[in-house]
Design a protein around this ligand. Structure first.
Ligand code: GRF
Length: 217
């Protein structure tokens, strides 16, 4: 089995990155995390990656001012230098240019802390509580130029409790994120996910067979 070379892009604590690193330690996992890149020099996840023996790089967005294209080209150079085949955004808080997204079409994943297309953007847990939804969760999707809008690879759902606060709900969602992202990356790295008409098809089956994780009781 040739394992796909994966880069994880982070801006913060990197708990999803850590979950991907842990999953990729299994011998039968079809991807290896060979690089972690952050746009924030002191992102907590960088230390975790280094400890795990993974190459790290910083492309500090502040050096590029408002020039998003220049930042994305610098990022691309790092990815190409490491012969990266798939990219996972994991709490990467930068908007990427259409140019960059096109370079990585169907090879660039993101995890979003909501059941898309509900609650695109920020503050998803607070908004879910405000709206009174009974189910919430996380989505792994391919990245397209429109934010939080790409083809959905997999979703994980959690129930919302009467007495939930933003923090308790976030804690429940992040647990499912840590199971969902490794599952979704496995499917993509194994070449089992195709995109047709803006939708993901798994194993050539209908989209309704897209994996849905629900937490164990
Ligand atoms: C996660 O909730 C992820 O869904 C969102 O940003 C958060 C990153 O957390 N995109 P971590 O850095 O992976 O711990």
């Amino acid at each position: 089995m040739t394992r796909k070379r994966v880069a994880v892009l982070i801006s913060g604590r990197g708990s999803n990155m850590a979950a991907l690193i842990a999953a990729a330690r299994a011998n039968d996992y079809p991807a290896e995390i060979v690089l972690v890149v952050s746009n924030v020099p002191d992102a907590g996840g960088l230390a975790i990656a280094k400890e795990a023996g993974i190459a790290t790089a910083v492309v500090d967005h502040r050096a590029y001012g408002k020039d998003r294209t220049a930042f994305d080209h610098a990022l691309q150079d790092v990815l190409l230098a490491h012969k990266i085949e798939l990219v996972c955004l994991a709490g990467f808080m930068r908007l990427l240019t259409p140019w960059f997204v096109t370079q990585w079409q169907n090879r660039l994943l993101n995890i979003h802390p909501a059941l898309l297309p509900a609650f695109k953007g920020l503050d998803t847990h607070a908004r879910a509580l405000r709206e009174g939804v009974k189910l919430h969760g996380a989505t792994v999707h391919f990245v397209v130029a429109d934010v939080d809008s790409g083809p959905i690879v997999a979703q994980g759902a959690v129930s919302v409790h009467e007495d939930d606060t933003e923090e308790t709900l976030a804690a429940r969602v992040i647990k499912i994120e840590h199971r969902l992202y490794p599952l979704a990356l496995r499917l993509v790295a194994e070449g089992r996910v195709s995109v047709t008409g803006g939708r993901c098809i798994i194993d050539g089956a209908e989209t309704s067979d897209t994996p849905l994780l629900v937490p164990r009781p």
